[in-house]
Structure formats: structure tokens, C-alpha cells
Design a binder for this molecule. Structure first.
Ligand code: TK8
Length: 363
């Protein structure tokens, strides 16, 4: 009798758990966001995309989610990817969703893990929340130029970083360029470390960035990119940091008065594919997609470098521009040194050494 009662209890408990959704298996704290963004992705988000379901007749839809808008060189690169893939095969229809319509960088990565989105091309920085080794790219003042970045990323080091993604249900196909990040704010010109005192700076969701700005005396807060414009407009934050094209093409100058050439870190974009979906493709299909991601990435880098110069010129017309002197750059670097030392262990000494050696080799 006792046995039957406890069996009934067990069945009852299981039913109760199922009803409460306790078996969903997700441990993420921003569960609600995930659910929201997943629903969004199943709805048409752009008139240019004729269908948002995964299979269109015989064709499979590859959805690409990016956070920046349709004026950005990243969007141009994504359209190039679409053009190349669709010219080489009838197997796929590529749909590009910009401005975080489907998801911000971090949520899009989660959707790839769940197999509810095929492609996203985020900054590497939010990836540290999934693969800590990616923090290597967030160490300030390491990569000196876009050209050196290309050599390091397109070589064995970049491949080794791709290898770390499999455990997280992700496949890395190509390195694109976000670029060198520069500070903007609405309070005062920033020319030296002391000018940062107390400024509320939005950062990406990344502990190294947060620690670095704290060390410099600012008051940083993490936030997803699609929320940033409104946060600056409403004064929730005083400033942010991004490459010149993003600052210009996202119209940040409308809500920010001061621009400083801090150039404190180079952020790659990484072309990510959902591993569960990737594993279902044929080898030929995989080759087409990989080659298209690489070729479109070359195009993206070139367009981004052109835009970097023209955007700076345009921004100077709207904002007060402070050129950071080499001496002051050195002071920024010296101030941040403890942060680098603190995080190097967590990232992995080998990865950090390997990264710095690769950079030195190509300099
Ligand atoms: C766009 C982001 C953005 C990044 C940021 O999705 O969040 O500041 O630089 O450009 O990847």
C-alpha cells in the first residue's frame, strides 16, 4: 500500500513538474528573452525576405541575424553572402535580418545552440559567456592593425579558436571585421584617463571590458546593442564605445557630443553556424556555405576599412573630436595592465601567449 501511495506521489510530482515547465532543460537566467526572440524569428521580420519558415518548397532557408542596421558594412557583407550562396546552388534561400530584429548577439548565439536560427555574425565579445577563451580578443591594446588581425585570424590561431566552438553546438566559418573601438559620450571631451572619472559607459556583455573601464575610473554597465541608442537618448548611460562606422551609421552622433580616438581594442566579427543544422548538410553544401562566408568576409573587411575613414570624417562634422596622444594611449595601457593580468589566467595562459606571439610574428 505504502508503495502504491509513493508511486502515485511520484506520478503526481512528475505531472506537476511538467505543468510548471520544469523539464525545459534551460538554465539560462534570461529565459524570457530567449522565448521572446525565438518567437520573433518565426515571424517575417523584413519585407525583403519573402519567407521566414525554415523550408521553402524544396529549398532550405538560411536565416542570418545581425545586430547592426542595413547601412552597415556588415549588412553589405551579409548580402554578399546571400548573393554567392544563391548563385552557386538552388538548395538554399538566404534571408538577412538586421538591427537585431531577430535577436541581439548573445540571444542569437543561444538560438544557434537550440537550432532555431542558422547563422549569426556577432562580435566575439559576447561569446566569452559561452567559451571563455574568446576573451583573448578583449584584451585591450593587443592587435595593432586590421592587416595584422587578418593574418592572425586567418591562420592557425583562428582555426584553433574555431575548434573550441563545437562543445557549444556552434561552428565557426569565417572571421569578419567589426574593428577598432572608440569612445563617445555626452558629458565632456575625453582626452586623458582622468576625464573618464564617473562616466556611465555602456559595454558589451563582457567581464574584461567591464573591468577595464572600471580600472580607468568609469562606471560601466553591460547592455545588448539594440537597446543602446534609447539608453543614450534617455541618459541611462553617458557613453559607449564602437568602431567609427557603427557610431556614424547608427546615428549615435544625434545623442553623443564627444568622440575620442581611444582605439582601445580590435573586435572581430565571427561568422557562426548552428552545429545541429550544419551537421545535417551535405559536404558539398557545407563547402559552398564556408567559401561564401569567407569570400563575403573579405568584402566586408574591405568595405569596413573604407567606411572607417569616411565615417570618422563625417563624425568630425557632428561631434567634438579628441585625438588621443601616444603618451596618453600609453597611460591608458598602463592603467589597464592589472586587468589583463587578472583575466589572462582565466582565458588560459597558452591561448594568450599564442595570441601575442602570433601578433608579434606579423607585426
Ligand atoms: C552588433 C554588435 C555591435 C557591437 C556592440 O550586433 O555590441 O557594441 O560592437 O556592433 O556586435
Amino acid at each position: 500500500m505504502k508503495k502504491i501511495v509513493s508511486l502515485l506521489m511520484l506520478v503526481f510530482l512528475l505531472l506537476l513538474l511538467a505543468a510548471c515547465g520544469g523539464g525545459s532543460g534551460t538554465t539560462s537566467t534570461d529565459n524570457n528573452n530567449d522565448q521572446e526572440t525565438e518567437t520573433d524569428a518565426s515571424e517575417p521580420a523584413d519585407e525583403e525576405n519573402e519567407s521566414a519558415s525554415n523550408i521553402t518548397g524544396e529549398q532550405q532557408t538560411l536565416r542570418v541575424s545581425i545586430g547592426v542596421n542595413d547601412k552597415h558594412p556588415q549588412y553589405e557583407g551579409a548580402l554578399k553572402f546571400k548573393e554567392i550562396v544563391e548563385s552557386k546552388t538552388d538548395d538554399f534561400v538566404v534571408e538577412v535580418y538586421h538591427s537585431g530584429q531577430v535577436a541581439d548577439d548573445r540571444s542569437a548565439i543561444e538560438m544557434l545552440q537550440f537550432g532555431t536560427l542558422e547563422i549569426t555574425i556577432p562580435s566575439t565579445s559576447p561569446l566569452v559567456n559561452f567559451v571563455k577563451e574568446y576573451g583573448v580578443f578583449d584584451l585591450p591594446f593587443t592587435i595593432p592593425s586590421g592587416e595584422v588581425a587578418d593574418q592572425v585570424l586567418d591562420g592557425p590561431f583562428g582555426d584553433k579558436m574555431f575548434d573550441l566552438l563545437g562543445d557549444q553546438q556552434l561552428v565557426g566559418l569565417a572571421w569578419w571585421e567589426n574593428g577598432f573601438r572608440n569612445l563617445t559620450n555626452s558629458v565632456r571631451p575625453v582626452e586623458k584617463v582622468e576625464d573618464l572619472q564617473g562616466l556611465k559607459i555602456r559595454t558589451m556583455e563582457n567581464e574584461i571590458h567591464l573591468d577595464a573601464w572600471r580600472e580607468l575610473g568609469a562606471n560601466p554597465t553591460p547592455m545588448a546593442f539594440p537597446e543602446l541608442f534609447a539608453a543614450m537618448q534617455q541618459g541611462t548611460v553617458d557613453g559607449q564605445e564602437n568602431p567609427y562606422p557603427t557610431i556614424e551609421l547608427s546615428n549615435f552622433y544625434e545623442v553623443q557630443d564627444y568622440l575620442s580616438s581611444t582605439g582601445h581594442v580590435y573586435t572581430p566579427f565571427i561568422f557562426l553556424f548552428s552545429k545541429s543544422i550544419w551537421d545535417e548538410l551535405t559536404a558539398d553544401q557545407q563547402t559552398i556555405i564556408r567559401e561564401a562566408a569567407l569570400e563575403a568576409g573579405q568584402f566586408n573587411r574591405q568595405r569596413n576599412r573604407e567606411a572607417n575613414e569616411s565615417s570618422l570624417e563625417a563624425l568630425k562634422e557632428h561631434m567634438t573630436f579628441s585625438e588621443i596622444s601616444p603618451e596618453e594611449h600609453q597611460r591608458f595601457q598602463d592603467t589597464i595592465l592589472p586587468v589583463i593580468e587578472k583575466h589572462a589566467d582565466n582565458i588560459g595562459k597558452d591561448i594568450v601567449d599564442d595570441f601575442l606571439e602570433e601578433i608579434a610574428k606579423h607585426q
